[in-house]
Ligand binder design. Sequence first.
Ligand code: NAD
Ligand code: UDP
Length: 321
Amino acid sequence: MEKKRILITGAAGFLGSHLCDRFLAEGMYVIGMDNLITGDLKNIEHLRSSEYFEFIHHDITKYVDISGTLDFILHFASPASPIDYLKIPIQTLKVGALGTHNLLGLAKDKEARILVASTSEVYGDPLVHPQTEEYYGNVSPVGPRGVYDEAKRFMESITMAYHRFHGVDTRIARIFNTYGPRMRLNDGRVIPAFIGQALRGEDLTVFGDGSQTRSFCFVNDQIEGIYKLLMSTYHEPVNIGNPTEISIKDFAEEIIKLTGTDQKIVYKPLPTDDPLQRRPDITKAREVLEWEPKTSRTEGMKITYDYFKNLPEAELYKKEH
Ligand code: NAD
Ligand code: UDP
């Protein structure tokens, strides 16, 4: 039987590379696409010898052309860390808007099912807690994070428009903070930031007073949720994340314990529009996908710490691109 063919954008990034692994393991032919703006070929190096994997270096804000048939598209290309999208704001807006438009056009042309990676950031600094899919959010369009949040909100709108107007078979995953091996050590997100600081013997930088909360989902759980959503028939957005919430200050203390270091916590100013609280309501994912996360923070953080600890030492001191 012919293998199903799937295009994964953002394939050299954290989530994209894990998705490539998963869909190859499901027996599909995987086309990974990336322009390497925040990704790294290292993440997919182990796949390059597979006859069922190909990599295309391409910026998806430019016309996307794939020869042959396509059954599925996973659209995961986008800067995803606050320091990345503050550094490359225009590219962030373009990949969420123009990039998504190109991929929806491709999905329509190829009659492929497409899943787009949205985010809990569509809820902005949420006034409803925990966040349900029905909540419209509290986003500042002109704030520094607006470039990411509004690009993703546009992504959701145009995806629903292609579904309603052109009948494209679409899925929308609202992904909450996910972590695990292959995150970039210096991407600025809190988990690699704290682990990197602990490994370099530096104090841990907590922004604000550390009372803001996040709910961290281990990557394997996230990938399973995305897989189930793609295979479902559900077109409305679905939250995929782990509802176990923790304050950033308590989390810093957990990392100090995990790494067995005697680093201190130092406090830095809270970035503008940094959400004060975030926790997914995953009732919909439980009901529609029969999915819920299985990995505790203790287990997931141990695996993640082992990954970072075993990276070559030079990675610890590598400057940002
Ligand atoms: P990442 O930075 O590791 O991966 C993103 C990848 O997209 C990178 O490899 C980058 O080079 C590529 N890319 C960016 N712009 C591109 C373009 N114009 N053309 C081609 N490739 C491009 O980030 P990640 O954490 O893996 O996030 C992947 C997706 O999931 C993003 O869309 C992000 O918004 C979404 N998401 C992630 C999280 C999370 O916690 N990791 C949470 C919510 C949403
Ligand atoms: N944060 C922190 N110290 C750091 C990096 C991040 O206190 O060195 C905080 C950040 O202000 C936010 C939370 O950790 O409140 C999560 O930040 P991250 O960048 O991982 O993702 P966000 O959920 O804000 O997109």
